[in-house]
Design a protein around this ligand. Structure first.
Ligand SMILES: [Zn+2]
Length: 410
């Protein structure tokens, strides 16, 4: 399995300028490639192959006066920008033909200088290197200072350097073979994810949703108002933009750290984890959208999934069409749909059910049944973000100690 390890990096002003140039060159190559393919398509010509495109927008372009400056950055960065474009096209075609399941993928779009997130990728070919003094050497950029919040478990195969909307820089390493099986345990767990509680376990434990976004709402509103009062195009406005982005980044960081702690705990204590697969995209369009977004179920279940794979546990999503909240977990009777306002109900067999606990029990039963009848586990091979510092407390989470206590009560 591949994992991503993210670290904050602190480039000097000179290195920031080199990085800005590299971001710009990667963006230009990406956009030139996209334009060439679009024009070929409009002219009714054949799809430009990856090799032809690379020759046209990198090799030949470097020889023209308009694009000569592409030679100032590492060639690998430019090739990787085109690789992103090719991957975007492949996903788009696979989605069109129905080979790719799930949501429809849109055709690639042009990248903008004003995009919040700028990124470039160096592969092993680029000879990036972690030096003995802890600095990260990037070709044609320099030796960057890195805050190593945790150790890299193995040599990385690639590194992506990112500048986010808040103006922070990160190095994101991809590391292969990080499997680290834990000693087996007997317990298994079914989890019902919801809005009244973030998660309800089959044994009746309920984990309150911390609502990070709602808690920060007042600060965010104030910063947003400050921003709207600034003159367009002014320096004060761009400063205010960064402030808003920083505040949002803090909310996202706190939420992620909380989810890491909870998911690590659940994976460590259970041999098998079953979760109901929610229709997040559907709910995101309702008036619950803000709460759904704030809960972040998708990132949480993704964490459970990769940690299960990494620590030798099994993980399974239960289809959202299984009527887990309508079935009595004692006698198995299907009692019909119940509106969300119904928090508890009594089955004719005499059992009194808490809606969510009953659902979690059914999820556990369904998960066990499905894994007995399954033909092989599904593990997604794509790199997933690694926990930054699971055990320790991130400076930004100092404000969320209440919810941390909630987890330790599990
Ligand atoms: Zn019953």
């Amino acid at each position: 399995m591949q994992l991503r390890y993210n670290y904050r990096v602190y480039p000097t002003p000179g290195q920031q300028a080199s990085l800005a140039r590299a971001f710009g060159c990667a963006r230009v190559v990406f956009n030139d490639g996209l334009r060439a393919r679009q024009q070929a398509h409009e002219a009714g010509e054949a799809y430009l192959s990856d090799g032809d495109l690379s020759k046209r927008v990198i090799t030949q372009a470097k020889r023209t006066p308009e694009r000569a400056w592409l030679g100032e950055v590492s060639a690998v960065v430019l090739q990787q920008a085109l690789a992103d474009l090719n991957a975007a096209y492949r996903n788009f075609f696979a989605s069109l033909s129905g080979k790719r399941k799930g949501r429809k993928v849109a055709p690639p779009r042009f990248r903008s200088r004003k995009d919040n997130r700028q990124a470039i990728r160096f592969t092993a070919n680029a000879r990036f290197k972690v030096l003995d003094n802890g600095r990260l050497r990037l070709p044609k950029i320099g030796d960057l200072a890195v805050r190593w919040s945790r150790q890299l478990p193995a040599a990385p195969t690639s590194v992506t350097v990112i500048r986010d909307a808040a103006g922070r820089y990160f190095a994101s390493f991809v590391v292969a073979n990080t499997d680290d099986p834990l000693p087996p345990v007997d317990a298994e767990v079914g989890i019902d994810l919801g809005l009244t509680h973030f998660a309800v376990l089959f044994n009746g434990k309920k984990i309150t949703a911390p609502k990070f976004l709602r808690r920060a709402a007042r600060t965010l509103r104030r910063l947003q108002q400050d921003l709207s009062r600034k003159q367009p195009g002014s320096n004060n406005r761009s400063k205010a933009v960064v402030k808003v982005a920083r505040a949002h980044a803090r909310v996202a960081d706190t939420r992620r750290d909380w989810q890491h702690k909870l998911s690590t705990r659940i994976i460590r204590d259970n041999q098998a984890v079953y979760v109901e697969d929610l229709c997040v995209t559907g709910l995101g369009r309702t008036r619950l959208a803000k709460s759904v977004h704030d809960a972040g179920w998708a990132s949480f279940t993704a964490m459970l999934e990769y940690k299960a794979a990494r620590y030798g546990r099994s993980f399974r999503r239960i289809g959202r069409f299984v009527p887990t909240s309508q079935t009595c977990s004692t006698c198995g009777r299907l009692d019909g749909p119940k509106p969300l306002s119904v928090r508890s109900w009594t089955c004719p067999c005499g059992a009194v059910h808490d809606r969510d606990v009953n659902a979690a029990i059914n999820i556990l039963a369904q998960g066990r049944w499905e894994s007995l009848n399954a033909c092989g586990a599904q593990v997604r091979p794509a790199p997933v973000p690694a926990p930054r510092r699971e055990a320790g407390i991130h400076p930004h989470t100092a404000c969320s100690t209440r919810s941390v206590e909630g987890i330790s009560a599990l």
